[in-house]
Design a protein around this ligand. Sequence first.
Ligand code: GAL
Length: 395
Amino acid sequence: MKKFLALTLALGMTASLAACGGGGTTSTPAPTDAGAAVSESGGEGGSASGGQKIGISMPTQSLERWNRDGSYLDQQFQAAGYETIVTYSDNDTNRQVNDIQNMIAEDVDLLVVAAIDGEALNTVMNEAGEAGIPIIAYDRLIMNDNVSYYVSFDNYSVGTLQGQYIVDALDLENQAGPFNIELTAGDPADNNAPYFFNGAMDVLQKYIDDGKLVVVSGQTDFDTVATAAWDSQTAMERAQNILASYYADGTQVDAWLCSNDSTALGVTQAIQSDYAGSNSVIITGQDGDEANLKNIVDGVQSMTVYKAVANEAVVTLDLAQAILNGDTIDDSLISNSGWDFECSYDTESYATSEGHNCPSFLLVPDVVTADNMVEKLVDTGYYTQDADGYLQAAG
Ligand code: GAL
């Protein structure tokens, strides 16, 4: 029986007490954006990890998924006997730099960083490199060669799944159309966002070229359709403008590509408040946030691309352990892991600078709709379902 004691340290940090038994996971309340939580783990007889300390830097608590990531990572590293420092930087890059600098000052042994802005962490990544601290870029790549490894999902295929969903839902292979579509992409500062958008457009472009799909607003380039900070309000306002400018005359919008759930939430709100038509618009998403799963049950969002972030945390933990053990890291991490989910080792797709590829472990995303939601999310234990049929992420 191990016990994990979470201690509050300086910097206005949140105290938390977590215990777990027999190799289970700790349950540590997620810290708030208002302060960093520093948890120290200890236990009878110590652990294989010898009290090594892991700095976990998440971008924000304003989006549901990062709370789940931060909490899974914290729980899993603590359960493996590591001390953890977990911060959320409120989508403020300067603050993330500061949070990571504090971790370096706390002598962390390894950093796990989900960057707010993949281009803006250069100085602090160099500082970590100079201090000899290995860095795992978590979910979003950081454009700095000190990054040792990248753990994420196959970001391009997130986009192709969204594009293919629209093709299938409109039966574009068999229908002449034309169908009307609008596009909403993610944050240009996030290295993932163009991957999602390009993946979707690589599927949709031929139907646009054939005239089966028409982007009525004419807004098709990434910079025009991007959404700073993945903000729902920003996505909503742009959608309202498009509806007012191009659809107020009764023109029907058939589909709206949204790169993730927070942007889908904004677009769905705009459709509900500002759309003159009565058809149900096909709206894509990504993440399986609870509000969006509710919208899928209610029929106002069509799908979400689900990424099992609990598994992303498992890969990150196993990779971190291998790095700290000095193991050779290649695809044997996957074959030796015993993971019950798919993951590939990729040394080609992601570069931190020209000519400098970052070895990557990429998990496989999955489409969730109203029809398969229970099978994919509830039966797998990721969510529970309430009496109204709505889903809540399992703690
Ligand atoms: C991406 C991430 C997505 C989504 C988005 C907004 O980088 O891969 O899952 O959460 O950020 O936070």
